[in-house]
Design a protein around this ligand. Structure first.
Ligand code: KDG
Ligand code: MG
Length: 402
């Protein structure tokens, strides 16, 4: 089944997405997401300038070989741009393979390990009262797991918070906005937030929180310990994970489960974290960690160490990624939870899809392939618009992780 065409589609139905469409000689096509938030055009160029010319004429069924060809053949390995580009090729090929066999993708990945996929939603608010309101809204929608982020008293703006009732969106048009940060303010406040949430919503609902790489290991140990009475499902990205051994300090101080990995792009980024059991959930995802082929290898390593998956799933990962992730989640044995931020109606129209949400769980649907399509004519009506993630500065102006 020869590849006859491959094209990169960049569109912005509310936010930017990069999609690879690979077509074969018998007319079957597959889609892969290649969106790298805030750096979208670098992957688009990597694909159209360097990958597409090498795809034409290859046998689309040789998924593993093509993965290795682009990983080893480039000489320059890993990195978010390379791995997102490889992921897009990989997912498009899995989509084609499943469509050619007239089966949903999960059937090729070992079949269903569960009936549906537990997802978590994003509650947020400028203060405790608004965050309680937002959390309650997600409870009323049927969510069984909800992440909570809140404005920090004394700081003018904080990452991950929707303003004026609007849903938080990772990346804003134009140049990067700047947020304020104070670890001291945060550490004093965050246990109070979760005390209020538990008091209001009881012991059963899963509560999650994203610290977004802002703490040192010992600070994270303290926050984890302070949050222990509130029994979080996880504390995410407590400290920047370039320093993998830093997680050992966190482990020494708290039993709050730790999730990490949305910025990782290969198994080597999390090898020690997994093998030394320094984390509980690995958040690598289809689009940024080399596609279904590589993500399965990460999950298989994690399974040996009782680490579960918790794939990143914010709105900057396109519906193509979401569809692929749900097939992966449904099939992989050591699944934990899947992040889910619904896309806007505009985005959903550009990417019609078979996946659905019901009562806190999602299902990829049973359409052949990944079950996500693209309306190219509609996509063309939404040209790329420059957008960036925010940056974060401490109160004295020092640039900090966000
Ligand atoms: O592109 C980055 C965002 O998706 C990320 O900041 C959101 O931290 C995030 C999360 O957990 O969804
Ligand atoms: Mg995160």
């Amino acid at each position: 089944m020869k590849i006859t065409d491959a094209k990169v589609i960049v569109c912005s139905p509310g936010r930017n997405f990069v999609t690879l469409k690979i077509t074969t000689e018998d007319g079957i096509y597959g889609l892969g997401d290649a969106t790298l938030n805030g750096r979208e055009l670098s992957v688009a160029s990597y694909l159209s300038d360097h990958v597409v010319p090498l795809l034409i004429g290859r046998d689309a069924r040789r998924i593993e070989d093509i993965w290795q060809y682009f990983y080893k053949g480039a000489y320059w390995r890993r990195g978010p741009v390379t791995m997102s580009a490889i992921a897009a090729v990989d997912v498009a090929l899995w989509d084609i393979q499943a469509k050619s066999l007239n089966t949903p993708l999960y059937q090729l990945l070992g079949g269903r390990s569960r009936e549906a996929v537990l997802v978590y939603g994003h509650a947020s608010g400028e203060d405790v009262e608004k965050t309680l309101g937002s959390f309650g809204h997600f409870v009323s929608l049927g969510y069984k797991a909800i992440r909570a982020q809140c404005g920090i008293p004394g700081l003018s703006s904080t990452y991950g918070i929707g303003h004026g009732g609007a849903v938080y969106e990772p990346a804003e048009k134009g140049l990067p906005p700047e947020n304020q940060w104070s670890t001291e303010h945060y550490m004093r406040f965050i246990p109070q937030l979760f005390a209020a949430l538990r008091k209001e919503f009881g012991p059963e609902i899963h509560m999650l929180h994203d610290a977004h790489h802002k703490l040192t290991p010992i600070e994270a140990g303290r926050v984890g310990k302070d949050l222990e009475p509130h029994r979080l499902f996880w504390m995410e990205d407590p400290t920047p994970a370039e320093l993998q051994e830093g997680f050992r300090i966190i482990r020494h101080h708290t039993t709050t489960p730790i999730a990490v990995g949305e910025v990782f792009n290969s198994i080597f980024d999390c090898q020690h974290l997994i093998q030394e059991q320094l984390v509980d959930y690995i958040r690598t995802t289809v689009v940024h960690a080399g596609g279904i082929t590589h993500l399965r290898k990460i999950a298989n390593l994690a399974e040996l160490y009782q680490v579960r998956t918790g794939c990143h799933g914010a709105t900057d990962l396109s519906p193509v990624c979401m569809g692929a992730a749900l097939h992966f989640d449904l099939s992989v044995h050591n699944f934990g939870v899947q992040e889910y931020m619904p896309h806007t109606a505009e985005t959903d129209k550009v990417f019609p899809h078979a996946y659905s949400f019901k009562d806190g769980f999602m299902h990829p649907g049973d359409r052949p392939g990944i079950g996500v399509d693209i309306d190219e004519k509609l996509a063309a009506q939404y040209p790329y618009e420059r957008a960036y993630l925010p940056v974060n500065r401490k109160l004295d102006g020092t640039l900090h992780s966000w």
